[in-house]
Design a protein around this ligand. Structure first.
Ligand code: UDP
Ligand code: MG
Length: 319
């Protein structure tokens, strides 16, 4: 039985060595064969050179390099698809996910017969007010639309091999790892942790990137916003019957409608509603556009470490 630890790396050159030391320090005493898989998500610093050097020193380390920055979700997918472990643990390489939790996750997986062991944040990491407000709103909306509760969820998880295989069978191009694992079901267990501060560098997520991920994730998991457009349409149909009836009644009874303000308000409200409906639809069309092209989720340009694995070395294409 092998344990795989998968971690995405984007411009983390300063802490790759420390991260690997910290992970190996907790894995070694467990007396389980293990592999560590680092996926370089098109870093622009010397992370890949550092990873290759580490792979030369550590027989347990395998490294994949994506051909460009595909985003953390795609990097995780590349790692999950390459991992061979009976259990796969995913965690960030910036040491905000404490590797010291790994033995407890393995214990819960083995003793409590859990298929997914999720390390949830007891409180959110230090971040700006805007970021935390945005995250809280997003998770509330996600829960409302999908009934999946992701509050405090992150990408620090242990997945049993069965879950990994089920995850790999999900064909979507736009990935949302924590939502997808939650959707899969299986036997879930949770343990809690307080995220550490980043050791070095800053978060790699710009506000714009987060908004895009939020929109993609919501529309990938729920079609309820389209139902809302229907409801909006029905409401306006009823509304137009009432106002139209009133206007006709006033016309034929020789009175005038109360003038300009009501016309302006009607135009503004209907115009805004139509535009809002088009916006919602356009998000779904964008989602479809990406899915239907069926391009690979990621491309692998280089591999390092791991000795002679049975897989083809060199370039590779993600599903
Ligand atoms: N990451 C990645 N690709 C990206 C952005 C981030 O692989 O485009 C990695 C990054 O190296 C880290 C993890 O994803 O290991 C989490 O990123 P970050 O710490 O920036 O996110 P936050 O902790 O702020 O959510
Ligand atoms: Mg982080």
């Amino acid at each position: 039985m092998v344990l795989s630890v998968v971690s995405p790396v984007y411009c983390e050159s300063a802490q790759i060595g420390v991260f690997l030391d910290a992970v190996e320090k907790v894995l070694r005493p467990l007396d389980l064969p293990y592999e560590i898989l680092l996926v370089d998500d098109g870093s622009t610093d010397d992370s890949w050179e550092r990873m290759k050097a580490e792979a030369g020193r550590r027989p347990c380390l395998r490294c994949l390099r994506l051909s460009r920055n595909f985003g953390k979700e795609a990097a995780l997918a590349a790692g999950l698809e390459a991992a061979i472990g009976e259990a796969v643990i995913t965690l960030d390489s910036d040491l905000q996910h404490p590797p010291e939790l790994i033995p407890e996750m393995i214990r819960v997986w083995q003793d409590d017969e859990a298929d997914i062991v999720e390390a949830r944040k007891e409180k959110r990491q230090r971040e700006s007010r805007l970021d935390s407000l945005f995250a809280v709103l997003f998770y509330k909306m996600f829960h409302l639309l999908t009934s999946l509760d992701l509050e405090g969820a992150g990408d620090f998880k242990l997945l049993d091999r069965d879950v990994v295989e089920a995850w790999k069978s999900m064909p979507e191009r736009k990935l949302f790892y924590r939502g997808m694992t939650s959707w899969l079901g299986f036997r879930h267990r949770e343990i809690f942790f307080v995220p550490a501060d980043r050791r070095s560098g800053g978060s790699k997520w710009s506000f714009f990137k987060k908004i895009r991920l939020a929109l993609d994730s919501l529309t990938a998991f729920s079609a309820k916003p389209i139902t809302l457009i229907w409801l909006l349409g029905l409401f306006f149909f009823g509304f137009s019957l009432i106002v139209g009836g009133e206007a006709l009644w006033m016309h034929f009874s020789g009175q005038a409608m109360t003038g300009f303000t009501s016309v302006i308000l009607l135009i503004l409200v209907t115009g805004a509603s139509v535009l809002a409906a088009i916006c919602v639809l356009s998000v779904y069309i964008r989602q479809n556009f990406h899915e239907i092209k069926g391009r690979p989720r990621y491309l692998i340009s280089e591999r390092a470490g791991g000795g002679e694995t049975p897989r083809r070395r060199g370039r590779g294409v993600g599903r």
